[in-house]
Ligand binder design. Structure first.
Ligand code: MLT
Length: 329
C-alpha cells in the first residue's frame, strides 16, 4: 500500500514537473544564409533569445534559413495553415495573400527612412495595417523588418536614365505593384521566386533585380551583378507573420512573451539595418559593383506616381493609401 502511494506521488510530481518544463516550439523560416550580413538572421537571434527570456525558457524558436521551408510566397502560404511556423516575407510576397500589405510597396510612398519607421512602428503599422492583413490572410503581424530602400542592380550596363532600362530582363517578385511599376518604367519584368534569383542572374536568365543594399550583400549578388542604380522608390519591408488561429490558441503568457520579443527584436533589426546600410553599400562597391547615379529622378517618380490610381484596387482601396499618407505627412 505504502509503495503504491509512493509511486502515485512520484508519478504526479513527474507529471507536474514535465508540464512545467513543457516547451512551445516554433520554426522561424527566412530567406538568407545564417550569416552576419543577414537582417533576417540578426532578427532571429534576438527574437529567439528574447522569447526564451520572456517565457522563462518555455518558448523555443528554431531557425530555418536559406529558404529551407520554401520561398517567401510559399512560406507565407504555409504559415496560414501550419500553426508553429513563423516567417518573414517582404511585402510584395505577402500582398498576394493580404493585398493591403502592398500599400507599403507603393512606389514613392516614402521619402526617407524616418517616414518608413514612423509608419511601421506607429498606429498604422501596429493596428490599422496589421488588422487588415489578419482579416485578409489569417496571419498575425508580430513585427516589421526593414533594410531601407530597394535599388535596381543589373549585369549589363550602368542605368543612369530611365531609357537605359529598355531591353533589360529585370526580375520582380510575383506581385501586381512591382509588375505594374516596372511596366510604367518601360520594362517588361520577369517574375521569379526568390530562391531562383541568384542562379537566374548567374546564368543570364535575368539581367537584374531590385533589392536593398543589405539584401543584395546578404544574397552575395555582387558575385553576379555589376551595376547599382540607387532608385529609392520602394522599400524593403518584411512583416513577421504567424497563423492567427494558431496564435489565439496559445496560452496568454506565451502570446505576450512572443509579441514582446518580436516587437523588441524588430526594433533592434531596424536599428541594425540603419547602421549597416551604408557600410554594405561600400562593401558592394569594394567588391567591384559600380554606382550609377540617376540623372532623371523626377521622371521615374512621375511615371510611377501616374499609375497610383490603377494600383488602388490592388492594395485594397484608395482609403488605405490615404490613411498611410495621413500618418506619413
Ligand atoms: C524578393 O525580392 O523576393 C525579396 O525582397 C527577397 C527578400 O525578402 O530577401
Amino acid at each position: 500500500m505504502k509503495k503504491s502511494i509512493f509511486l502515485l506521488v512520484f508519478a504526479l510530481v513527474l507529471c507536474l514537473s514535465t508540464q512545467a518544463m513543457a516547451e512551445v516550439v516554433f520554426s522561424f523560416g527566412h530567406s538568407n544564409p545564417p550569416n552576419d550580413r543577414s537582417q533576417n538572421h540578426y532578427f532571429f537571434l534576438k527574437f529567439a533569445e528574447l522569447a526564451k527570456k520572456y517565457s522563462n525558457g518555455e518558448i523555443v524558436i528554431n531557425e530555418f534559413p536559406s529558404n529551407q521551408l520554401g520561398g517567401e510566397q510559399a512560406r507565407v502560404n504555409k504559415a496560414r495553415k501550419q500553426t508553429n511556423l513563423i516567417t518573414q516575407a517582404s511585402t510584395p510576397n505577402v500582398a498576394p495573400f493580404a493585398p493591403s500589405a502592398g500599400v507599403l510597396s507603393l512606389p514613392y510612398l516614402f521619402d526617407d527612412m524616418d517616414e518608413i519607421l514612423s509608419l511601421l512602428n506607429g498606429e498604422f503599422g501596429n493596428t490599422i495595417l496589421a488588422e487588415r492583413i489578419r482579416k485578409e490572410s489569417g496571419l498575425r503581424v508580430l513585427g516589421y523588418l526593414t533594410t531601407g530602400f530597394r535599388m535596381i542592380t543589373n549585369s549589363k550596363r550602368c542605368v543612369n536614365e530611365i531609357g537605359e532600362m529598355e531591353g533589360l530582363k529585370i526580375r520582380v517578385p510575383k506581385d501586381a505593384i512591382m509588375l505594374k511599376t516596372f511596366e510604367a518604367w518601360g520594362v517588361n519584368p520577369i517574375t521569379m521566386a526568390w530562391p531562383e534569383v541568384f542562379t537566374g542572374l548567374q546564368q543570364g536568365v535575368i539581367d537584374g533585380q531590385i533589392n536593398s543594399y543589405i539584401t543584395n550583400y546578404a544574397a552575395s549578388f555582387h558575385e553576379v551583378q555589376k551595376y547599382i542604380t540607387p532608385l529609392s522608390a520602394m522599400p524593403w519591408i518584411a512583416p513577421i507573420l504567424i497563423s492567427d488561429k494558431g496564435f489565439s490558441r496559445l496560452e496568454p503568457k506565451i502570446q505576450q512573451a512572443l509579441l514582446k520579443a518580436a516587437k523588441e527584436a524588430s526594433l533592434l533589426e531596424q536599428a541594425w539595418g540603419i547602421e549597416r546600410e551604408k557600410e554594405f553599400q561600400m562593401i558592394l562597391v569594394e567588391k567591384g559593383m559600380v554606382m550609377c547615379p540617376l540623372k532623371d529622378k523626377n521622371t521615374w517618380k512621375e511615371k510611377a506616381r501616374a499609375i497610383w490610381p490603377d494600383l488602388y484596387d490592388k492594395v485594397g482601396g484608395k482609403e488605405i493609401v490615404d490613411q498611410a499618407l495621413s500618418y506619413i505627412k
